[in-house]
Design a protein around this ligand. Structure first.
Ligand SMILES: *Cc1c(COP(=O)(O)O)cnc(C)c1O
Length: 395
């Protein structure tokens, strides 16, 4: 903006989300001018003299394609730094390495199945105990704190019930006690919601999902502001080695360039699908944060731009019938994962959440007739027609 226009300048002091999505972290390649960040397929870097590097020495520790991705994702989350990982679980694992034997964790009770698994089957045996509570109920959070609580791990919206906890209120309570908050922002993406701005300490993503956005790469990232924390986490990242390859970083970078465009379409399609399902006679209940019927609708709309691309539906159906509906869909492919341009359907009880014991599933309201839709960016009329023909099989 020209210097002579201070008013316009004040209105636009920092780039908008779409501009950051396309450009942040990336500059034209200095050697050739290539506009796209090259895929630096190299394991090592020539040094002018021993220990005299250009900032890169070995690609587990750092790689220029990864640096670009880390810068891009940090900017999108409004954070100071990013650290890239080979998967979302590698990123979560890195944070858990901050803990010691005897420490206590509070986690949401309908977390991603893999997060539940690493806490229960790995960290518990090292003497780190986790209490799982419904984090949409702040009284449950307050009751779960112990003197040795070090970390609160949350997702919002959760998987698969799409519960939304109040990020600002939760972060404030944890901060008062000196407890770190880790927000898994995979379902919302930074386009819809920015947990760091609401007071959380760390954000984690499975970039496999919306950030990559095309179901062609597995990856993860951590974003935060505290530089001392970054140093500790980068030490674990380098020590444990779960870092992403440069081609994976390139694919996620290509994905984030259109994140804002894709999320708009994911959200509008999901909203339309959710409203249609809510009126269907074979549907017992629809879980979509963008609908007023959702129990956390108000909290969701306070902290999210829109309702997101995920819709969960409780069918008036037995397990066998729910599986049949899921398998009969054509535009929606039966598959685990989510967040790609194509629509997917999942039956949590037999697929993504099968590692959670049945009694535990029942307790958190994860019924056998529940199916989870990742609503893609196809034409919504085709998505609805597909749901109509599949639900007709319940008659
Ligand atoms: C997929 C997912 C993860 C795990 O990420 P991976 O990339 O599969 O390791 C963690 N949290 C949420 C919410 C997820 O959807």
């Amino acid at each position: 903006m020209a210097k002579s226009s201070p008013r316009a300048k004040a209105q636009r002091s920092s780039p908008g989300f779409g501009t950051l999505a396309v450009h942040a972290g990336q500059a034209p390649d200095p050697t050739t001018g290539a506009i796209m960040t090259p895929v630096y397929l190299t394991s090592t870097y020539v040094q002018a003299a021993p220990n005299q590097t250009k900032g890169y020495d070995y690609s587990r520790t750092c790689n220029p394609t990864r640096t670009a991705l880390e810068g891009n994702l940090a900017a999108l989350e409004g954070g100071g730094w990013g650290l890239g990982f080979a998967s979302g679980m590698a990123a979560i694992h890195c944070v858990l390495n901050l803990l010691q034997q005897g420490d206590h964790v509070i986690a949401g009770n309908d977390l991603y199945g893999g997060t539940y698994r690493i806490l229960r089957t790995l960290y518990e045996k090292f003497g780190v105990k986790t209490t799982f509570v419904d984090l949409t109920d702040l009284d449950q959070l307050d009751a779960a704190f112990q003197p040795n609580t070090k970390l609160v791990m949350l997702e919002t919206p959760t998987n698969p019930l799409l519960r939304c906890c109040d990020l600002a209120a939760l972060a404030a309570r944890c901060r008062k006690r000196g407890v770190m908050t880790l927000a898994d922002n995979t379902f919302a993406t930074p386009y819809l919601q920015q947990p760091l701005q609401l007071g959380c300490d760390l954000v984690v993503h499975s970039t496999t999902k919306y950030l990559g956005g095309h179901s062609d790469v597995v990856g993860g990232v951590l974003v935060g502001n505290d530089l001392a924390l970054r140093q500790r986490l980068a030490h674990f990242q380098n020590s444990c080695g779960g870092t992403p390859g440069p081609l994976d970083c390139f694919l996620v970078l290509r994905g984030t360039k259109t994140l804002h465009l894709r999320m708009e379409r994911h959200c509008s399609n999901a909203h339309t699908v959710a409203e249609w399902l809510e009126a269907h006679p074979r549907v017992a209940r629809v879980f979509y944060p963008g609908l007023p019927s959702h129990p956390n609708h108000q909290v969701a709309m306070r902290q999210m731009r829109k309702g997101g691309g995920m819709v969960s539906v409780e069918l008036k159906a037995t397990v066998a019938q729910a599986k049949k509906v899921a398998a009969a869909l054509r535009v929606f492919s039966l598959a685990e994962s989510l967040g790609g341009v194509e629509s997917l359907v999942d039956h949590p009880a037999s697929m993504t959440h099968a590692s959670i014991p049945p009694a535990e599933r029942k307790k958190v309201g994860l019924s056998d007739g529940l199916i989870r839709l990742s609503v893609g960016v196809e034409d919504v009329a085709d998505q609805i027609q597909d749901l109509e023909q599949a639900l007709a099989r319940l008659r």
